[in-house]
Each structure stands twice: as structure tokens, then as C-alpha cells.
Design a protein around this ligand. Structure first.
Ligand code: PEP
Length: 251
């Protein structure tokens, strides 16, 4: 049985300051999402340096938090990296791994992303594993092959732990571009991923599948109404409390 609640996660990317984050969180708390969006579990993923502030501000609220990445390593001489235990120490629940911006700007491979998902789980974090095709790949008819390849690395690496992940389908051409996949396009890929997960491990059919890519208050309800869309990973619209709250309420 899949969870009845949708999961709505804000990816703040490399935006914000202590002051602007405080304002954003004030707006989110004022939105009283526990009461006004009871069908959504909500989380935000700030840059690492703001995790302590965000943890402090959201403690005791209905909003969880996570990191935007996590190291494969737990500790050691890995300059610039931040590990799962460090993120956990700040009460994080989630770690996004394999965002397309990490795959493209930091050359993260499918296997590295899978290893990061495993590391997150090893340290008590739920990985939100991002997969998605570029526009060129979609136009070449390779969407399914690309997401299947990205997913397979995770399936092969996690084994029975596959049931513990969250997957986010984020078509690269829809991220930050204002171009949203149509509900039908998104649903088709979600159904494909659901089938792949189920074939790998029957219990993995219940893995939450989020859609990400220019989700806004005016398109969220239609996307969330699709049979295999279990929530959203929200970029730009997560930076405005009113928009993010409206998306959570669309769940
Ligand atoms: C993202 O970066 O995860 C994302 C979905 O961004 P946006 O909502 O801005 O397209």
C-alpha cells in the first residue's frame, strides 16, 4: 500500500541568506501547513551552512528538513564534502542525491549517485534520488532508457534497501525553465519507473515518486492528481512561502 499523503519537498539550491531564510520560514510557519495542508508531508532542503538555523527554526513544527547532497564518505580527508552523520546531527530527515545540477556540473555518475543513496541510508537519512532526461535525450526517444539506466544503478546498489528511498523524476528540460512536463508526460515516466522498481523488488512499488520541474501553485493539483505522482520536488517556487504553501495545499 502506498502512503496516502503526498510528499512536497523544497530544494532551495544555492539561494538565500540567514535573514531571507528566517523570513521564508516565518512565512511557512504562519501558513500552518499541518492544518491547511493535512494531506502533505512537507520538507525543505537548504544549503548545508544553513542547516543549523533551519533546524532551530523548524524544531517542533510539521516541516522536516534535509540536505541537497551528501558525501559517500562518513569522515576523513575529503575537503569540501559534508557527510551523512554531520547532516544527521542537525536533525535532517532527507538528503537529495543525484540532482541534475550535480550530475551535470559536478560530473556525478549513476554509480556515485547510487553510492550516495546508500551512504545516506547508512546514516539514517532518506535519500531523494533524482533521475531525469535532457531535452536532447527526450527528442531522441531515449527518456525511458535514460531514467532506467539511472535507476538501475540505485537498484543494483541498494538491494532490499530500495524500499527506503524516495525517487524524484525531474526532466532536466523542465527544471527552472518554466516548462513543466504535462501531467500525462510525467505520469507516463512515473508509471515506467514504478514498474521498474516493482520488477526489481515487489515491495518497492510503494516507493514515493515525486515529480520535479517548474511545479507552481497553478499546475501542482493536476500533476499531483496523476495515479503515480506521489508529490513534488520544488525549486524556484519553494523560495516563496505563499507559493510553496499553495503547492503543499494542492496535495
Ligand atoms: C529542482 O531543482 O529540483 C526543481 C524542480 O526546480 P524548479 O522547480 O525551479 O524547476
Amino acid at each position: 500500500m502506498r502512503a496516502m499523503k503526498k510528499l512536497v519537498v523544497g530544494n532551495w539550491k544555492m539561494h538565500g541568506s540567514r535573514a531571507s531564510n528566517a523570513e521564508l520560514i516565518k512565512g511557512l510557519l504562519a501558513a500552518d501547513l499541518a492544518a491547511t495542508a493535512p494531506k502533505a508531508d512537507v520538507a525543505v532542503c537548504p544549503p548545508f551552512v544553513f542547516l543549523a538555523d533551519v533546524a532551530e527554526a523548524l524544531k517542533g513544527s510539521a516541516i522536516a528538513w534535509g540536505s541537497q547532497d551528501v558525501s559517500v564518505q562518513a569522515q576523513g580527508a575529503y575537503t569540501g564534502e559534508v557527510s551523512g552523520p554531520m547532516v544527521r546531527e542537525f536533525g535532517a530527515k532527507y538528503a537529495i542525491v543525484g540532482h541534475s545540477e550535480r550530475r551535470s556540473y559536478h560530473l556525478e555518475s549513476d554509480q556515485l549517485v547510487a553510492d550516495k543513496a546508500k551512504a545516506a541510508l547508512a546514516h539514517g537519512l532518506t535519500p531523494i534520488v533524482c533521475v531525469g532526461e535532457t531535452l536532447a535525450e527526450r527528442e531522441a526517444g531515449q527518456t525511458e532508457a535514460v531514467v532506467a539506466r539511472q535507476m538501475k544503478a540505485v537498484i543494483d546498489t541498494l538491494g532490499a534497501q530500495l524500499v527506503q528511498v524516495v525517487v524524484a523524476y525531474e526532466p532536466v528540460w523542465a527544471i527552472g525553465t518554466g516548462k513543466t512536463a504535462s501531467p500525462e508526460q510525467a505520469q507516463a515516466v512515473h508509471a515506467f519507473l514504478r514498474a521498474q522498481l516493482k520488477a526489481a523488488l515487489p515491495e518497492a512499488a510503494k516507493v514515493p515518486l515525486l515529480y520535479g520541474g517548474s511545479v507552481k501553485p497553478d499546475n501542482a493539483a493536476e500533476l499531483f492528481a496523476q495515479a503515480d505522482i506521489d508529490g513534488g520536488l520544488i525549486g524556484g517556487a519553494a523560495l516563496k512561502a505563499a507559493d510553496f504553501a499553495a503547492i503543499a495545499r494542492a496535495a
